[in-house]
Write a protein that binds this ligand. Structure first.
Ligand code: NAD
Length: 495
């Protein structure tokens, strides 16, 4: 269903104004149900990025944003949160239309985005600066300064929410920003200028450049006056960005891909584990960085688990993203759909197909895939090792705790892990042994915003979340003050 008043053109937003590319270049934006272009977007290049960075740089050097008291900045962040929530229905319909996410799952995104702004508003007001005293001789105090213009590069799964995740701490810290949204899904980012205008964010603090990653994204990474890049996306893109950024010694935050394991032990609450593991890989169309896409199950319950899992997966409602009954919608773009389908074909040679395996019969067009379950997948299989980023899951049996841990860690990624057991000691032991930035014990991905978020191995460099995000966007500037006599060796005073 096409939302009313859909924009037919998505410009950049630079220095408080919508604007097109200097070259006039545009690209077409498709919706994943019809796969027809519904809008054009300005295709940014180095000139447009340079204009955006110049505006952000002026907002940095001429203020007032970077030097405002944190309480004043927090007030604006709270107003941004209210303005986001006021657009909840519009955001949900735009996001669902552009990404193919089921409308009920798109609806939660505004609340989460708003919470990101409220959280960082609270955090900056409550934070104090460190001071270290050496009684009678020295006082050392830390002044936190925003680093400068932050370049924010984001992916297409839950685009608005992930943009908010970077915008909120960057703005809270006082950094003006240039946001480069994913080219598959630029629609919801068109809401930001109105949100920031309603909330009173000063001109030039927020800038948006649409465009293709290799052009607009790369130009942002190459720009010498952008000292920070916060990136979420694929591991291979992350490596390219790190290589370019090294030339300028930029600060980097890298949230990359994943192939996260779920370990289900025989003593687990299997009903809860089933609900959680189905949701963990099939929600958000499986286009979820923390998806539990490899389910390792103890042999004693493996056959029962596989049977029940496949039955439930086969009953998942796949359909029009705008329909509130839909549980899995349309994959974001025909290119991504083709890639996921190619993995399904590979999977048919690597595992035993228990559910799905192709387009549902009742959906002859659009990027639809029936939730696909493969059993008996060996650790060497590509569908065990590679991130598919769609509604596809691999089930593998294990015989011992040691084997389960070895299987869990036998991939290059290390974003998340999930453990299901009712044995408290084993739960903690296994959680500690999993090579991942984040582990959930007897739960799917439910996150407290204060906690660190990020991966290890090929899943990322650095952690976001809570004060870690503020650390990333600020420099700690230390001032050492002498309180008494300083005994200085008197060079040149001996004669
Ligand atoms: P992607 O790497 O293709 O693109 C991400 C962004 O980078 C886009 O805005 C793109 O235009 C830009 N880009 C592409 N090439 C670039 C270049 N050379 N220089 C600068 N920018 C460039 O990723 P995607 O396909 O949009 O997103 C899916 C990936 O994101 C998956 O691997 C997923 O696991 C990952 N992801 C990770 C997290 C996390 O927190 N770890 C969260 C969500 C998604």
């Amino acid at each position: 269903m096409t939302p009313p008043d859909l924009p037919t053109h998505l410009p950049h937003f630079i220095d408080g104004e919508p604007t097109d590319s200097a070259s006039g270049a545009t690209f077409e934006v498709l919706d994943p149900v019809s796969n027809q272009p519904y809008a054009t977007a300005a295709a940014g290049g180095p000139d447009d990025v340079a204009r955006a960075v110049a505006a952000a740089r002026r907002a940095f050097t001429e203020g007032p944003w970077p030097s405002m008291p944190s309480r004043a900045r927090a007030r604006v962040l709270m107003a941004i949160a209210d303005a986001v929530e006021a657009r909840e229905d519009r955001l949900a319909e735009l996001e669902s239309f552009d990404t193919g996410l089921p409308i009920t799952q798109a609806r939660g995104q505004a609340k989460r985005a708003a919470e990101n702004f409220r959280f960082f508003a609270d955090l900056i007001v409550a934070s104090g600066d460190d001071a270290y005293s050496v009684p009678g001789s020295q006082l050392n105090y830390v002044v936190r300064k925003p680093v400068g213009v932050a370049g924010l590069i984001t992916p297409w799964n839950t685009p608005f929410m992930l943009e908010s995740w970077k915008l909120a701490p960057a703005l809270a810290a006082g950094c003006p920003v240039v946001l480069k949204p994913a080219e598959f899904t630029p629609l919801s980012a068109s809401l930001w200028p109105g949100i920031f205008a309603d909330a009173g964010l000063p001109r030039g603090v927020f800038n948006l450049v649409n465009g293709i990653g290799e052009d607009a994204g790369a130009a942002l990474v190459e720009h010498p006056e952008v000292p920070l890049i916060s990136f979420t996306g694929e591991t291979t893109t992350g490596k390219t960005i790190m290589r370019t950024a090294a030339e300028h010694l930029k600060g980097l935050s890298m949230e990359l891909g994943g192939k996260s394991p779920v370990l289900v032990f025989a003593d687990a609450d299997l009903d809860a584990a089933l609900d959680s593991t189905l949701f963990g890989v099939f929600s958000l169309n499986g286009e979820r960085c923390t998806a539990g896409s490899r389910i390792l199950v103890e042999r004693a319950v493996y056959d029962e688990f596989c049977e029940r899992y496949a039955e439930r997966a086969g009953q998942i409602v796949v359909g029009d993203p705008a329909d509130p009954a839909t549980e899995v919608g349309a994959l974001v773009h025909p290119e991504h759909y083709a890639r996921v389908l190619s993995y399904v074909e590979v999977g048919k040679t690597e595992g035993r197909l228990l559910a799905g395996g192709g387009r549902p019969a009742h959906l002859p067009s659009g990027n639809y895939l029936a939730p696909t379950v493969f059993a008996d997948v060996k650790p060497g299989a590509r569908i065990f090792q590679e991130e598919i980023f769609g509604p596809v899951v691999a089930l593998t049996p294990f015989d011992s705790e040691a084997e389960a841990i070895a299987l869990a860690n036998d991939v290059r990624y290390g974003l998340a892990g999930y453990v299901w057991t009712n044995d408290l000691r084993r739960g903690h032991r296994v959680a500690a042994a999993i090579e991942a930035g984040m582990v959930w014990l007897n739960s799917h991905n439910v996150r407290d915003l204060r906690t660190p978020f990020g991966g290890v191995k090929n899943s990322g460099v650095g952690h976001e979340g809570g004060h870690r995000s503020i650390d990333f966007y600020t420099d700690e500037h230390i001032v050492h003050v002498a309180l008494g006599e300083v005994h200085t060796p008197r060079f040149g005073a001996s004669r």
